[in-house]
Design a protein around this ligand. Structure first.
Ligand SMILES: Nc1nc2c(ncn2[C@@H]2O[C@H](COP(=O)(O)OP(=O)(O)OP(=O)(O)O)[C@@H](O)[C@H]2O)c(=O)[nH]1
Ligand SMILES: [Mg+2]
Length: 771
């Protein structure tokens, strides 16, 4: 069995990434071994995690036999969904309408609106000032369809790539998503990123093409791009009535009904079976495209299609549901959130096409027996023992607020649960459901739901289980991307404790924000996903903790790597005077793809086991601070196959030191190189600025990989070295009269030019000497 098979919310192998393992035993994740299993009565062990939804479905059906009829009826009314997409595509604006139409808020307020109230889900002052979402916000609401009330847990996520961890953790715990795409810009670079994130956690999605009121809106171009760029079969289930400023509503092509959104806030739906005459042909054409696309991904429709018959409305809807949940298709709806048009059908589609919590497979790992790990299918039944994941933390006025997704069993106010990592039992003094920043107390939360609690101590990504559960079931955590930039930071005036308190808090809440103290330079270094990410924390430090800070220039996080293989034979000796030290390690050193690796194969006990453990620690020490310029090391494999021990003088410390020495020597022998982050940069601006934008990107060493010209705007995608991109927003503003927009995200590492490498090393050595 391969670990790579485990996908859904389980233990994936993510190259170049840190996966925080909730069981606190990272060593076991990759070294999966199978032994005869003790019989487990309280959990649903499975052989392996299937690679496809069809395989998952077999287990899901088994799991469902454990649910009572009452539970099945209740879970049918439940949906956990995320709203995710490229920056500024209108997620928060869309969510605001959802809250209004479901009666959760009494009036609609706009993101950066003139009434200065702001959208409900962007509740931080900084979000309202900047008009962007920084933190994801959770809420729940109830949507009535066919006289039944459906309960939605909903998370609005940020689009800016600097806050991408918020998308990761939301998608990690949600069952389905609404992908919002702009009708003018179509699939943008971050749409591709979000798509990748949805795939990582196997999240089915429906698509909403927003901003149909904008000039140049074309939903069918966007759909074509979903097919070609995201490689997800997609087809419209609506066509627009009117476009741009004349956009009035949509025709549902499945049942051939026209829907108009009337009333000052689009709250009155007028549904008529009369389709505007000029749209009749288009509806039929797109209906045919829908059926053909479905025939490719669904057997039932394929059979009907081959027979030359027309599927019924129910057959089409059934196929869309199966194919969407099976992650083979995405139905596309359209509208304008800002103009209050087209939102309600999306809510109906969430009910119709996105999965109930018992229609997706959620997997944990039973880690009760050391070195034996068995996947476990979690059963969304309240009668099962509780298993939940703390996916997000926030420091609030009542202490740590911990968001939990309940995968199995239920949580009750006043009851106890067990923190898997520490084994400690914790009391659930308060249980709440979140409505953006507001909380609503509840007595009990059932399987499949999302809730929050106070006063418990844990890290983001930790698993909690029922206090009575003997088995140790661990949920995997989310994918955590590596930081690409860092800067030094210090408080302007003497620190009274608030500075470190703030840094600790931010670090605990956000695994992509790292803090370290550089002993040599005596500086505190913060690192993160981009300039904006760090800027926001510096600003929050001032606003929330009253600490003004001085920051250094942003620095690129380089990586140190090797390009050839070599051998090492290194002895660490200190045998004059006092207690001696001796350790000798011999082996091979070479480059590998992806994660760094340490292995050993020692015969005849030349290096005892405990010293080998010390060697692995020495290896890890070196990875953090590479021999060239003290940046992280990437892609090395160190293998120790021989060595020597001294009866008296050898110790763990001497072998740790010997390994560090061997590492440094071998690294410098293996043609080392410095790697720099290359960023995919997407710029859009009015056509008249195309020349100056392309000129700017060229000047910054960018390689242009794609250019798309729209009627008014162009979009250019370039790969640029991060070191030249600091302050890009200012240069772009200057060359486009403030009309240009850009997004930037990490693409890959690439070798720096030899002269740059020489300069960076010289600069580093100079700094070392001056100390
Ligand atoms: N013309 C038009 N503008 C829209 C529409 N929906 C949203 N906008 C505008 O687009 C801008 C961004 O909207 P948001 O809702 O903040 O977008 P977002 O996707 O939540 O942005 P982030 O969370 O920062 O990624 C705002 O100025 C909105 O008023 C729409 O349907 N039509
Ligand atoms: Mg937003």
């Amino acid at each position: 069995m391969s670990v790579a098979l485990i996908t859904r919310r389980a233990f994936g192998a993510f190259p170049h990434a840190r996966s925080i393992f909730s069981g606190g035993r990272p060593g076991l994740v990759s070294g999966f071994r199978r032994f005869p299993q003790p019989i487990r009565r309280n959990i649903h062990s499975i052989e392996e995690v299937p690679a496809t939804y069809d395989g998952e479905k077999v287990i899901i059906d088994e799991v469902n036999t454990k649910l009572s009829d009452g539970e099945k009826a209740a879970i049918r009314q439940m949906r956990n969904i995320g709203i995710s997409a490229h920056i500024d595509s209108g997620k928060t604006t869309f969510t605001e309408r959802v809250l209004f139409y479901t009666g959760r808020i009494e009036a609609i307020h706009e993101v950066r609106g003139r009434d200065s109230v702001g959208a409900k889900m962007d509740h931080m002052d900084l979000e309202r000032e900047k008009g962007i979402t920084i933190q994801s916000a959770a809420t729940y609401c109830s949507w009535d369809k066919d006289n039944k009330a459906y309960h939605f847990n909903l998370i609005d996520t940020p689009g800016h790539i600097d806050f991408t961890i918020e998308v990761e953790r939301a998608l990690r715990v949600l069952d389905g998503a609404v992908l919002v795409v702009c009708a003018v810009s179509g699939v943008q670079s971050q749409t591709v990123t979000v798509d990748r994130q949805m795939r990582r956690y196997n999240v089915p999605r429906i698509t909403f093409v927003n901003k149909m009121d904008r000039m140049g809106a074309n939903p069918f171009r966007a759909i074509e791009q979903i097919n070609s760029k995201l490689k997800t079969p997609a087809a419209a289930i609506q066509v627009p009535i009117g476009a741009e400023s004349e956009f009035q509503g949509v025709v549902n092509i499945i049942d051939r009904q026209a829907v108009y959104f009337e009333g000052s806030q689009g709250e009155n739906l007028r549904i008529v079976s009369e389709i505007p005459e000029d749209l009749v042909d288009l509806v039929e054409e797109k209906r045919q495209v829908l059926i053909e696309t479905l025939a490719d991904v669904d057997e039932e429709i394929a059979d009907i299609y081959l027979e030359g018959e027309e599927p019924t409305v129910d057959q089409i809807k059934g196929a869309i549901r199966r194919a969407t949940i099976g992650r083979k298709f995405t139905p596309v709806l359209m509208g304008s959130a800002l103009a209050n048009k087209g939102i309600q059908p999306v809510l109906d589609s969430v009910v119709d096409y996105l999965p109930q919590p018992n229609e997706v497979l959620n997997v944990g790992l039973d880690v009760s027996v050391p070195e034996v790990e068995t996947p476990v299918a979690l059963v969304p039944s309240s009668s099962q023992p509780f298993v939940g994941l703390a996916f997000k933390l926030e420091e609030g006025k009542y202490g740590q607020l911990t968001y939990i997704r309940v995968y199995q069993g239920k949580l009750k106010k006043g009851a106890y649960m067990k923190h898997l990592k520490s084994g400690k039992k914790v009391k659930l003094a308060r249980l709440v459901r979140m409505h953006s920043k507001d909380m609503e107390d509840v007595e009990e939360v059932g399987a499949g739901e999302i809730c929050a609690t106070f006063g418990i101590d844990c890290s983001s990504g930790d698993t909690f289980v029922a206090a009575t559960l003997d088995e140790q079931v661990a949920m995997s955590s989310m994918f955590v991307p590596e930081a690409v930039i860092s800067l030094s930071i210090q408080p302007k005036s003497k620190d009274n404790g608030a500075f470190s308190k703030a840094l600790n808090r931010f670090q605990k809440e956000d695994p992509t924000f790292r803090v370290k103290f550089d002993v040599e330079s005596k500086e505190t270094i913060i690192s993160g996903m981009g300039e904006l990410h760090l800027e926001i924390y510096v600003e929050r430090m001032k606003r929330e903790y009253g600490v003004e800070c001085i920051t250094g220039k942003p620095q690129v996080s380089y990586r140190e790597a090797i390009t050839s293989a070599t051998k090492f034979d290194y002895a660490h000796k200190k045998q004059s005077g006092g207690a001696g030290q001796y350790g000798r390690v011999i082996g091979e050193f070479g480059p590998i793809e992806g994660e760094n690796k340490f292995t050993h194969h020692i015969v005849g006990g030349k290096i005892p086991e405990k010293f080998l453990f010390a060697c692995s620690k020495g290896f890890e020490d070196m990875l953090e601070k590479g021999p060239l310029i003290g940046h992280k090391v990437l892609g090395v494999h160190m293998h120790i196959n021989d060595g020597q021990t001294h009866v008296v003088d050898s110790s763990e410390l001497s072998f740790r030191t010997a390994t560090k020495g061997a590492f440094k020597q071998a690294f410098l022998n293996a043609n080392p190189v410095l790697l720099e982050p290359i960023m995919t940069t997407e710029v859009s601006a009015p056509n008249e600025f195309q020349g100056s934008v392309v000129g700017l990107l060229n000047k910054l060493g960018g390689m242009i990989v794609d250019t798309v010209n729209g009627p008014d705007e162009f979009t250019v995608v370039a790969e640029c070295p991060l070191s030249d991109m600091f302050g890009f927003s200012t240069s772009l503003r200057a060359c486009t009269q403030g009309k240009g927009e850009f997004s930037m995200e990490f693409c890959r590492y690439s070798q720096v030019m030899p002269n740059v490498q020489r300069d960076l090393i010289a600069e580093f050595e100079k700094k070392q000497q001056s100390k």
